[in-house]
Design a protein around this ligand. Structure first.
Ligand code: NAD
Ligand code: UDP
Ligand code: UDP
Length: 428
């Protein structure tokens, strides 16, 4: 674990400028809220107006997202492909030959991880269909692709069947933060079970490879440290986390039952705590909460004695791991995480230092069944995928702090979400 030394340069002035532009864009978007789905949304729920954004409004949005997305993705452009400007939003996507271009479904693609994955797949030149019910996801996470000819956004709940024609399915749809997945535990179970069943039925029908984003939570409160994939876990089947943990465990069981019985081509990623830009500001997770609290000089809230540990991975590393797993030959569960482990106590001090905050660190009551330690054994991913994390936590946190500073400048005060079950805050 860690000793901490880091100083970050303040980006307040730049963020103020970005914030002002964002405010204008948001205002224009509110005026046009019913028209955002023009041509690219199906499945209902968007007011039915056929009016699109005006060119000048689109230009504003595009200018805003362009630098962020392009900077983030430039390093991932496929080599030896011709890059071509196919989008009226100015984003460059690679041109893939028909034999290499796939039609890829991303369920939960408007969420935090999903939207970063969509960026990578779009930039690589694939056709991407995002399917999302916007429970915790947000349209703005994928807004920069709406109207691109390779992109389709479908408002749909995976609990309901759907007929599509696709080559690969990244199945992410499921709330991931404890306060959000505990808000409607029955729905969380339905999403993991019925939703995964439907995606497996689809994969079987169209012979698509399907990847499930499972979780380190299948190990529960682990008695083995770090956790290898061979560890069967220690999960309370009736506790507050069970709707998520057991839901994912059943989802994994279904993946391998369909593989055995119906020869469906499956991949299972067990994801460990991941952070980065586009995390939901109200998801109540430790990274977002501590950063938001520190940036506003509010109390930093530690649940319990703070000696529990987590290991934090930056989102671009996760996306690289998912793509490698999907396109490789290895079909057994694979941990994708960064073994860089911190106690929550140390992590709170780290965030405080990075943000130069005057927040007070405060201990609240421990939450039920909170895993006491967590760290991935990533030897399988190293061996089978040639993958390991590339972005250190310090670098990832600097980008995430900058992101949340921008969100605060743009939208004003954020009241952090506590440990209790909470409905995700809406907003496009
Ligand atoms: P997120 O909440 O940002 O994204 C989940 C997305 O799924 C959202 O866009 C949400 O609207 C959508 N969704 C939820 N229920 C749905 C339903 N019934 N039908 C259609 N869409 C639905 O979470 P995330 O952090 O991006 O997580 C993505 C996936 O990765 C999840 O499956 C999660 O379990 C897994 N995972 C994430 C982490 C992490 O640290 N972020 C860790 C382990 C596993
Ligand atoms: N399914 C779906 N889309 C498809 C194919 C199947 O949503 O393209 C759903 C289907 O409605 C069913 C589930 O997937 O609820 C499982 O399908 P499967 O064919 O395995 O089972 P069955 O329909 O025979 O029960
Ligand atoms: N946590 C905390 N304060 C917060 C949010 C989370 O102390 O404001 C703790 C939480 O109790 C857990 C750890 O941080 O021990 C990670 O919590 P998170 O919800 O981010 O992820 P998960 O528990 O699902 O790994």
């Amino acid at each position: 674990m860690h000793s901490i030394a880091y100083s970050s340069s303040s980006s307040r002035n730049r963020n103020l400028m970005i914030g002002a532009v964002c405010a204008v864009v948001l205002f224009l978007l509110v005026l046009n809220q019913n028209s955002l789905g023009d041509g690219s949304l199906s499945g209902g729920g968007y007011g039915g107006s056929s009016k699109g954004l005006s060119t000048s409004q689109e230009q504003l949005i595009n200018n805003l997202v362009k630098s962020e997305v392009e900077n983030a993705l430039l390093s991932h452009m496929p080599k030896n492909t011709n890059s071509k400007k196919t989008s009226d939003n100015g984003l460059q996507v690679a041109e893939l030959s028909e034999s290499k271009r796939m039609r890829i479904l991303v369920t939960g693609g408007a969420g935090f991880v999903g939207s970063h994955l969509v960026d990578r797949l779009m930039m690589a030149g694939h056709e991407v269909i995002v399917l999302d019910n916007f429970f915790t996801g947000r349209k703005k996470n994928v807004m920069h692709w709406v109207n691109h000819p390779n992109f389709q956004l479908i408002s749909h709940d995976v609990v309901e069947p759907i007929m599509l024609e696709v080559d690969q399915i990244y199945h992410l749809a499921c709330p991931a933060s404890p306060p959000h997945y505990q808000y409607n535990p029955v729905k969380t179970i339905k999403t993991s079970t019925m939703g995964t069943l439907n995606m497996l039925g689809l994969a079987k029908r169209v012979k698509a490879r399907i990847l499930l984003t499972s979780t380190s939570e299948v190990y529960g409160d682990p008695e083995v440290h770090p956790q290898p994939e061979t560890y069967w876990g220690n999960v309370n089947p009736i506790g507050p986390r069970a709707c998520y943990d057991e839901g994912k465990r059943v989802a994994e069981t279904m993946m391998y039952a369909y593989q055995k019985q119906s020869k469906v081509d499956v991949r299972v990623a067990r994801i460990f705590n991941t952070f980065g830009p586009r995390m939901h500001p109200n998801d109540g997770r430790v990274v977002s909460n501590f950063i938001i609290q520190a940036l506003q000089d509010k109390d930093i809230t530690i649940y319990g004695n703070g000696e529990q540990t987590r290991s934090f991975q930056y989102v671009s590393d996760l996306v690289e791991g998912l793509i490698r797993l999907m396109n490789g030959d290895y079909d057994q569960p694979t941990n994708i995480g960064n073994p860089d482990e911190y106690t929550v106590n140390d992590f709170s001090k780290y965030i405080k230092e990075l943000t130069k905050s005057s927040s007070v660190i405060k201990h609240l009551e421990a939450t039920a069944d909170d895993p006491r330690k967590r760290k991935p054994d990533i030897s399988v991913a190293k061996r089978e995928l040639g993958w390991e994390p590339k972005v250190d936590v310090k670098t990832g946190l600097a980008k995430t702090i900058e992101y949340f500073a921008g969100v605060l400048d743009e939208g004003g005060e954020i009241v952090p979400t506590g440990p209790d079950a909470t409905k995700p805050k809406g907003g496009y």
